[in-house]
Design a protein around this ligand. Structure first.
Ligand code: NDP
Length: 234
């Protein structure tokens, strides 16, 4: 059965892989994008998740095109890495505003229709560093750890309405975000990963497809690592 799906930040990287995976599985998939053109073959809505107004407008367009959102994937995210001593308040709050408050804005908007329909799936894209911490990423790690408490609270609030809320925690994935780290850092990172390599975005997308699908009907409040073993035990 085709469902109405919305993936934030679905114009590139992990979000695009998730959108393509769900579209291939037969869902009607919309993605948000901030600039440029939406990806070919997917319904694109312009939206900056730091604006509640943008989020509301984007949901309105998606609802008109493909019906109320039944599967929400909160994937949009940014980094602004620097050491605590020189991290500005803006560095901190802007990352929280996109990654954590952005997830709040879209989940809140999506939950209204999901509660009415008594059905829904919410998947939040967090990160292994939310659990492990990461020097130079206090803002990012805090935002990603916050997503876990947020998701688990929603899982408790919305479970009786047949809405599941889960988290995927990727390790290092081959996207623009990690390309910025450079080849030397890549080699160090790979040496820490039991599987010895960085993930392809599609490997994260498949976990999201599972959580969004019927096979995950009794899973809620879970954090699924897709990290090659990097965060084992967390
Ligand atoms: P990219 O940098 O490749 O893509 C980020 C996406 O988020 C883009 O689509 C971008 O849109 C969107 N985005 C950023 N800020 C906003 C905003 N304010 N409003 C709307 N959209 C926004 O990152 P990845 O694909 O690597 O990451 C996707 C998610 O996965 C993020 O949440 C990230 O934290 C998480 N993650 C990534 C890992 C990795 O190794 N790559 C590891 C663990 C987690 P635009 O194109 O308009 O900028």
């Amino acid at each position: 059965m085709s469902r109405s799906v919305l993936v934030t930040g679905g114009n590139r990287g992990i979000g695009l892989a998730i959108a393509r995976e769900l579209a291939a599985a037969g869902d009607a998939v919309a993605v948000t994008y901030r600039s440029g053109e939406p990806p070919e073959g997917l319904f694109g809505v312009r939206c900056d998740v730091t604006s509640a107004e943008d989020v509301d407008t984007a949901f309105g367009k998606v609802e008109a095109e493909q019906g109320p959102v039944e599967v929400l994937v909160a994937n949009a995210g940014v980094t602004r890495d620097t050491l605590l001593a020189i991290m500005s308040e803006e560095d901190f709050t802007s990352v929280l505003d996109t990654n954590l408050t952005g997830a709040f804005r879209v989940a809140k908007r999506a939950s209204k229709q999901m509660m009415r329909k008594r059905r829904g799936r919410i998947v939040l894209v967090s990160s292994v560093v939310g659990m492990m911490g990461s020097a130079g990423q206090a803002n990012y790690a805090a935002s990603k750890a916050g997503m876990v408490g947020f998701a688990r609270s929603l899982a408790r609030e919305l479970g009786s309405r047949n809405i599941t809320v889960n988290v995927v925690a990727p390790g290092f994935v081959d996207t623009d975000m990690t390309a910025a780290l450079g080849e030397d850092r890549h080699e160090v990172i790979k040496s820490l990963i039991p599987l010895g390599r960085i993930a392809a975005p599609e490997e994260v997308a498949r976990a999201v497809r599972f959580l969004a699908g019927d096979d995950a009907s009794y899973i809620t409040g879970a954090v699924i690592p897709v990290d090659g073993g990097l965060g084992m035990g967390h």
